[in-house]
Design a protein around this ligand. Sequence first.
Ligand SMILES: N[C@@H](CC(=O)c1ccccc1NC=O)C(=O)O
Length: 297
Amino acid sequence: MLPCVLYIQWELTLQYSPSFWSQRFQDPAAVIANHIQLITAASDAARKEVPVECGVKYGPKEGQILDLFGGKSLPHDAPILVYIHGGYWQELSRDISAYCVVPQYQSGIRVIILGYDLAPRVKLSEIVEEIKEAAEYILNMAAKFGTRSLWFCGHSAGAQLVAMLLFSKWLDQLDDSVFRLLKGFVLISGVYDLTPLVSTYINNSLKLSSQEARSLSPLLLDITSPAVTKLRILVAVGDHDSPEFQRQSYEFAEKLRQHSQQVEYMTVAGVDHFDIVENLQQKDFILTKIIGVLMTG
Ligand SMILES: N[C@@H](CC(=O)c1ccccc1NC=O)C(=O)O
């Protein structure tokens, strides 16, 4: 029999390795390989099909770069969707994360694909700071464009980065003329309590202490910002995500609900941690349609 500590460690590793839960492939490595292949092809296609300004710097650090899709072909007040990729803050990049662009652009939405520095080069607390700087930069840019609405959407680790925007004072200090552009968040298959990751391989490059993990966990922090009551928030998770991922999404949505009546929770049928976002390249996928309706309705 395995000693209890080893068993718990193995169970945590399993719960927080999304590739093990896909029902589409036998081999977890094949899930990731397929994911990279699909999102790379869809991102290449987006750059061919949609006018794009690539490589806009939004801050001083190397990875603080965004790509802005839509150009002059959209009206100046077109809504903006900001998309933040996942990969446990150590994998993937903005240039292969533009897969949601084409259908949203076809619905009249500008899309910003946000890049950020990755661990172990930077600490997670620095990445959270980079995203805050991005949000500030983008809101001010949107105010200049005359944008009518702005949404943030994050996948997996990217959903934690979006959620952390709620725990920073800058949101409450924004001028109302800028804050009113921010309409909501779409949080897809996120991780909101980081403390279980500390004892897994995921922490090899993050090097989070238990204390740091707590301070970066939206599920464990007090929500004090009045901004939360003004935002619409959709928390979505795949029904083939691991039970722990599903629990975290459910609990975070419940926590948000204690502060706001504008929070929705949904389990997306028939998808895992990866095709829940791969499918954002399809205009008929339920989440693609919901994002379009939320942003233009
Ligand atoms: N090593 C992980 C990889 C992973 O979690 C992941 C990969 C791509 C996009 C998002 C991911 N998860 C969280 O950000 C796994 O086994 O699934």
